[in-house]
Design a protein around this ligand. Structure first.
Ligand code: CUA
Length: 154
């Protein structure tokens, strides 16, 4: 008969609680920030051409390409309430992709496409920065999502 030591049992219970808390935190953040967990999708060269695709009035696709030391497209104009699928790739080294206020934290990796979906409920300018050191021009790597800019036409 297997007998579990009291201390061992305690550790197992604490570990279980921590794991639950961890999973709960992820699901909670997913709901609160309305952003999904980044996923790696099969590589396709089509994603490596910078582009903003309008699917319908409130649905967009952005093919974001990182390279030393810029993001393309660097200005993304969308209307408020839009849901945007970001497909991220890199032309050279590993870059970061962080969208202010959106809890988006992705890596741009050569030969890979990373995807996440973000909803922009409030008008404003959302800065995108590279948050992975990638060389002497790292601090210049920026882009912007402009939500409900008066003259936005896309
Ligand atoms: Cu790209 Cu830092």
């Amino acid at each position: 008969m297997a007998i579990i030591d009291k201390a061992e049992k305690k550790v197992l219970i604490i570990t279980g609680c921590l794991m639950s808390l961890f999973v709960f935190s992820i699901l909670y953040a997913k709901g609160k920030y309305k952003s999904d967990v980044p996923e790696c999708i099969p590589f396709d060269k089509a994603y490596t051409t910078p582009k903003v695709n309008k699917i319908d009035e409130k649905t967009y696709q952005v093919f974001a390409v990182a390279q030393m030391w810029s993001f393309e497209p660097s200005m993304i104009y969308i209307p408020v309430g839009s849901e945007v699928d970001f497909f991220l790739s890199s032309k050279d080294v590993v870059h970061g992709f962080n969208i202010a206020e959106k809890n988006v934290n992705m890596m741009a990796v050569y030969g890979n496409i990373n995807k996440t979906t973000v909803k922009f409920d409030k008008p404003g300018v959302y800065d995108i920065v590279c948050h992975e050191y990638c060389g002497t021009g790292h601090q210049n790597m920026k882009a912007q999502v402009i939500v409900n800019y008066p003259t936005a036409t896309q």
